[in-house]
Design a protein around this ligand. Structure first.
Ligand SMILES: [Zn+2]
Length: 301
């Protein structure tokens, strides 16, 4: 199988000493009495930055033209028209990156929101860490070889701290062989349960068809072993094992984030996929079309 060429090395992957970094502070958000939320440590990039709902710079998040998004061309050479902006929310936070680069297709942005909600529904207090998607109109984007037509997104990992509390780093953090990560004086642990839940939610999304998730081979192994250990259906396990890909030799090792891509939405006529379309994706598309349009004539008695 020919794998997709990837080189996701956004600005925030650079070694800390090669860029200016604002002093890091932490905020611990305590649960309200009788609230369903749990305490969560949030590592913020700047003292003035509120913990949620950071506003994008003007012009970045202006409402798009009405109509459905169109992904055009390929992830490595493409465009995005009528895209949708992924805002920060109580479920989603952006890493310290270019706030203008959070545009995606309707399907991708919807899938990210639904996946974040699925994880939070089972594990309250955890927001999904999201890196860049695409620029508003797509095209070349600094630090990425792909991310050009609204179908790619980078996700930070879910972590817990020494006390088992959800921890939100303000940037992507490398995970070591023993599943720990070090940031801001904290020893974090890769939260395999929540990270698997994210993969599962993306794989089973009803509107977007997951194409690939690139992540380090060792993290891939942890996730698949976890899926086995909790007894997920065999089909789901098989789908995950095909979608989760190790980075190609010489590429970014993806020890600090997932790179995810969805297939071309069937409605986007000028969008071009690369590589095979899995049979379960074809089946999901057929089922979706039937829901929208009703059974085909051949299926009608
Ligand atoms: Zn990426």
């Amino acid at each position: 199988m020919r794998l997709v060429s990837l080189a996701c090395v956004p600005f925030f992957f650079l070694p800390l000493d090669t860029r200016q970094v604002a002093p890091l502070i932490e905020e611990v958000v305590e649960a309200e009495p009788e609230s369903e939320t749990v305490p969560v440590r949030r590592q913020l990039a700047e003292a003035s930055e509120p913990p949620t709902h950071r506003a994008a710079p003007s012009g970045c998040s202006a409402p798009p033209a009405p109509g459905e998004s169109q992904s055009i061309g390929r992830p490595t050479r493409g465009e995005l028209t009528k895209g949708r902006f992924l805002r920060e929310s109580e479920l989603i936070h952006h890493v310290d990156s270019d706030e203008c680069n959070y545009w995606g297709t309707d399907e991708l942005v919807g899938a990210i929101r639904r996946a974040a909600a699925a994880v939070a529904a089972e594990h309250p207090g955890h927001r999904l860490t999201v890196g860049e998607l695409s620029q508003r109109g797509g095209g070349d984007i600094r630090g990425h070889a792909s991310h050009e037509n609204g179908r790619d997104v980078d996700f930070g990992f879910y972590f817990v701290d020494e006390e088992g509390l959800p921890f939100e780093p303000s940037r992507f953090v490398d995970v070591r062989r023993d599943r720990t990560a070090h940031v801001g004086g904290h020893e974090l642990t890769f939260d395999v349960e929540r990270n698997w839940r994210l993969i599962e939610a993306l794989l089973t999304d009803e509107e977007a068809d997951l194409n690939i998730i690139v992540v380090s081979g060792r993290i891939r192994d942890w996730l698949l072993a976890h899926a086995r250990s909790i007894g997920v259906p065999d089909a789901l396990y098989q789908h995950a094992s095909r979608v989760l890909l190790r980075p190609r030799r010489g590429r970014h090792p993806h020890r600090n984030h997932f790179h995810a891509r969805i297939y071309c939405p069937p409605s986007d006529a000028e969008c071009r996929d690369r590589g095979r379309v899995w049979d379960w994706v074809e089946q999901a598309r057929a089922a979706r079309a039937e829901r929208l349009e009703g059974p085909s004539e051949a299926a009608t008695p």
